[in-house]
Design a protein around this ligand. Structure first.
Ligand code: NAD
Length: 310
């Protein structure tokens, strides 16, 4: 069973290849479902595919037929993998499908913040040709990135690719990671977190969500950042204490934020970031170009095949 696949649009990808391995049911991701609905959807299925639908202890206990959990994602925090392990259920993820698309999206958020392309195009379509001589133009100032410093927290596959693109834009790249790789050293200067916070004009989060990284951006760490810093997060929402970021956007300490992820998805109406100024929020779509989804599909099929073949 695919708990939350993407709808099969004409000309787009199909899940049908999985039918070779047994009876297949595909639910699309039109709404997030609760534990009881998850249990209902799984029923007596043996192989479960999930992107964002949590597979909790309760779900695992209520569906004793589950033999294999295949994540259609890199981050595996939606599955209680410790409990799955205890139960002898293998859990696989798809580690590299989105490196190009997620890093590209981080830079897209940054470029939108620096150029306000959507705003200026909308103004033109609405009959306003705002230019440097117009006061309203200065509500949306443009920012050049060359010579500025980007600090990347979590310098693995995606972080390094973001670093490469930033370097191509003429930026200086700092990285903070618990593990320093040779490939990383060719792109960035590794520094301690404090130095990254204090020296970066732009900070991008590309680390996984672990207990050690949850809330890594909070009142105290924001205080250590440069005034007017730009913050990017298309890794996982809970890396940021959202009220603290909203306060910092309101005060101008953080000039702008580009977020593809939030603590609760879909976003709740009372999320303080919805009312904060200069805060771009997109609905967790960094991973979603067709090319990336094809890679997910290929890897998920290969994972099931490997499982079935023993
Ligand atoms: P990766 O494993 O290659 O890199 C993660 C890096 O973070 C590693 O180098 C690791 O050493 C580092 N790290 C771990 N704990 C750390 C800590 N406490 N402090 C600093 N660094 C730490 O993973 P990746 O492929 O680069 O993916 C990174 C994250 O991107 C994923 O975990 C996932 O949450 C997110 N992601 C988001 C989307 C999206 O659509 N928005 C899609 C794919 C992945």
């Amino acid at each position: 069973v695919v708990l939350d696949g993407y709808t099969e649009n004409p000309g787009d990808l199909s899940w049908r290849e999985l039918e070779a391995y047994g009876e297949l049911t595909v639910y699309d991701r039109t709404s997030l479902i609760d534990e009881n609905e998850t249990i209902e959807r799984i029923g007596d299925a043996e192989v479960v595919f999930t992107n964002k639908t949590p597979i909790t202890k309760k779900v695992i206990d209520a569906c004793p037929n589950i033999k294999f959990i295949s994540l259609l994602a890199t981050g595996y925090n939606v599955v209680d993998y410790q409990y799955a392990k205890e139960k002898g259920i293998p859990v696989t993820n798809v580690p590299t499908y989105g490196t190009a698309s997620v890093s590209q999206f981080a830079i897209a958020l940054l470029l939108e913040i620096c150029h306000h392309v959507a705003h200026h195009s909308k103004a033109v379509h609405e009959g306003r040709w705002e230019h440097c001589q117009d006061w309203c133009f200065w509500d949306y100032p443009l920012i050049e990135l060359a010579q500025k410093t980007i600090g990347i927290i979590g310098f693995g596959r995606i972080g390094q690719q973001t670093g490469k693109i930033a370097k191509a834009l003429g930026m200086k790249v700092l990285a903070y990671d618990s593990y320093q790789s040779d490939s990383g050293k060719e792109i960035a200067q590794y520094v301690e977190l404090e130095e990254l916070l204090a020296s970066s004009d732009v900070i991008a989060l590309h680390c996984p969500l672990f207990p050690s990284t949850e809330g890594i951006i909070n009142k105290d760490t924001i205080e250590k950042m440069k005034d007017g810093v730009i913050l990017l997060n298309n890794s996982r929402g809970p890396l940021i204490v959202e009220q603290d970021l909203a306060d910092a956007l309101n005060s101008g300490k953080v000039m702008a934020a580009g977020l593809d992820v939030v603590s609760t998805e879909p976003i709740k109406g009372d999320n303080p970031l919805l009312k904060a100024p200069n805060c771009i929020i997109t609905p967790h779509i960094s991973w979603a170009p067709r090319e990336s989804r094809q890679r997910i599909m290929d890897c998920a099929v290969a994972n099931v095949k490997a499982y079935v073949d023993g």
